[in-house]
Design a protein around this ligand. Structure first.
Ligand code: PEP
Length: 249
C-alpha cells in the first residue's frame, strides 16, 4: 500500500517571517490529513522549518544536493550527508528548473540520486516533457529516457526513491495536465519500473506536479497510478496547500 504524499516545493520564495507564518498556519490544518505531508523550503530556512515542525508529522526536504560524496572543495554546495544530519527526509533531484536553468543532465541527476540514497535520504526524481516535446509526440520517449538514466545509472536499491511526473508546460503556468493525460504517463512510468523490477514498481510512489491546486487535486489523486502531488505555487498559501492535503482520506 503506497501512502499518498503531498510535498510543497517553495522554490526560491520566503523569508523568516513568512516561513513562521506559513508553517504556523499549516501545522494544525494538516494534522488530520491521511496524506504524508512534506515541505521543501530553500536551504537557508531548513533549520527554522525543522524547529517549527519538531512537534509535527510534517516532513522536511531540500530542493537540491551536491553530486559529490563526502566533504571537500565544492564551494556553494550542500552535501547529502549534511542534509541527512539536519533531519531532511526528502530531496528533489532533476527538477525541470534545475535541468533547464542550471544545466543538469540525466547523468548528473543520477549521480545526485545515488548520493542521496547512500545517505538515507528519499530522493524525489522529477521527470517531464516540454510543450514542444509533447506536441511532437515525444512525451514517453523523454520521460522514459530520464527514468532509464536513473534505473541504469544508479547502482543501489531504489526502494526509497519517489518519482514526480511534472510536465514542464504545466509548471507554474496554471495549466494542469488532465487526469487522463497524467494517468497515461504515470502508468507508463509504473510499467517501466515493473520491467526493471516488479516489486519496486508496486512500492514506488509516483507524484504528479504542475499547477496542482485544491480544485484539481481530488480528481488527479484519484487516478490509480497517481500517489500524490508535488506542489509549487499553491504550497506557499497555507489554506490552499492544506485543502490539497485534505482531499486525501
Ligand atoms: C513545481 O515547482 O514542482 C511545481 C509543480 O510548481 P507549480 O505547482 O507551481 O506548477
Amino acid at each position: 500500500m503506497r501512502r499518498t504524499l503531498v510535498a510543497g516545493n517553495w522554490k526560491m520564495h520566503g523569508n523568516s517571517r513568512s516561513v513562521e507564518q506559513l508553517l504556523g498556519e499549516l501545522k494544525p490544518s494538516v494534522a488530520a490529513s491521511a496524506a504524508e505531508v512534506a515541505v521543501i523550503p530553500p536551504y537557508l530556512y531548513l533549520s527554522q522549518a525543522m524547529s517549527l515542525l519538531a512537534d509535527s508529522d510534517i516532513a522536511v526536504g531540500a530542493q537540491n544536493v551536491c553530486k559529490y560524496r563526502g566533504e571537500g572543495a565544492y564551494t556553494g554546495e550542500i552535501s547529502a550527508g549534511m542534509l541527512k544530519e539536519f533531519g531532511c527526509r526528502y530531496v528533489l533531484v532533476g527538477h525541470s528548473e534545475r535541468r533547464a536553468l542550471f544545466g543538469e543532465t540525466d547523468e548528473c541527476v543520477a549521480e545526485k540520486l545515488a548520493v542521496a540514497l547512500e545517505q538515507g535520504l528519499q530522493p524525489i526524481l522529477c521527470v517531464g516533457e516540454s510543450l514542444e516535446q509533447r506536441s511532437a509526440g515525444e512525451t514517453l520517449r523523454v520521460v522514459g529516457r530520464q527514468l532509464q538514466a536513473v534505473l541504469q545509472g544508479v547502482n543501489q536499491p531504489l526502494d526509497d526513491m519517489v518519482v514526480a511526473y511534472e510536465p514542464v508546460w504545466a509548471i507554474g503556468t496554471g495549466e494542469t495536465a488532465s487526469p487522463e493525460q497524467a494517468q497515461d504517463v504515470h502508468a507508463f512510468i509504473r510499467q517501466e519500473l515493473a520491467t526493471f523490477d516488479r516489486g519496486l514498481s508496486a512500492k514506488i510512489r509516483i507524484l504528479y506536479g504542475g499547477s496542482v491546486k485544491a480544485a484539481n487535486a481530488e480528481e488527479l489523486f484519484a487516478q490509480p497510478d497517481i500517489d500524490g502531488g508535488l506542489v509549487g505555487g499553491a504550497s506557499l498559501d497555507a489554506s490552499e496547500f492544506a485543502a490539497i492535503c485534505k482531499v486525501v482520506n
